[in-house]
Design a protein around this ligand. Structure first.
Ligand code: SF4
Ligand code: SF4
Length: 154
């Protein structure tokens, strides 16, 4: 895994290639939408990925944060480690994800808090999953299909 040194934030760092970001810039790139914590289904034949509104049991809706961040990859083996972003990981991230966008060489959306200056535009655009999800604790994996969602933007 790539090691990034902790440094100050540079102007418009989100326009730099992912590989040039320092640790602090890397962390700031996340918009905290929570979409990467949604359960996903993959079609065995087409490999098409669909997202559901079922979310990891460790996601805290009120703060849009992970309750086990430092242990997440041990507790949740399928948890995506964006620090290892590559083409295989990118396809499992939502199209709006800042890491996926930058990995694909695309700019961030204008609602991203780094550009908009707050989370207001992001919330107005309906990007955050808060208030729209159901914990995996309440859904049997066989029932995920009933909770499939489609992204309305991007
Ligand atoms: S989808 Fe991307 S931008 Fe949104 S919370 Fe996950 S890592 Fe951060
Ligand atoms: S372990 Fe944390 S970061 Fe990983 S999917 Fe669950 S809530 Fe999200």
């Amino acid at each position: 895994m790539k090691t990034r040194q902790s440094n100050a934030l540079r102007d418009n760092f989100w326009e730099l290639p992912l590989g040039e970001l320092n640790q602090q810039e890397w962390e700031q790139l996340c918009d905290g939408c929570g979409r990467c914590c949604l359960k996903k289904l993959s079609d065995e034949e087409t490999e098409e990925i669909t997202w559901t509104r079922v979310i990891c049991r460790f996601f805290i809706e009120e703060s849009s944060r992970c309750s086990c961040y430092s242990q997440r990859t041990e507790l949740v083996p399928e948890c995506l480690n964006v620090g290892q972003m590559d083409i295989g990981a990118a396809k499992w991230m939502p199209p709006s994800c800042a890491y996926r966008l930058r990995f694909e060489g695309k700019p961030l959306h204008d609602w991203h808090p780094l550009i908009a200056g707050s989370r207001v535009k992001m919330e107005q655009a309906g990007i955050s999953v808060a208030g729209k999800v159901i914990s995996e604790e309440y859904v049997h994996p066989d029932g995920y299909q009933e909770h499939v969602i489609r992204w309305v933007e991007t």
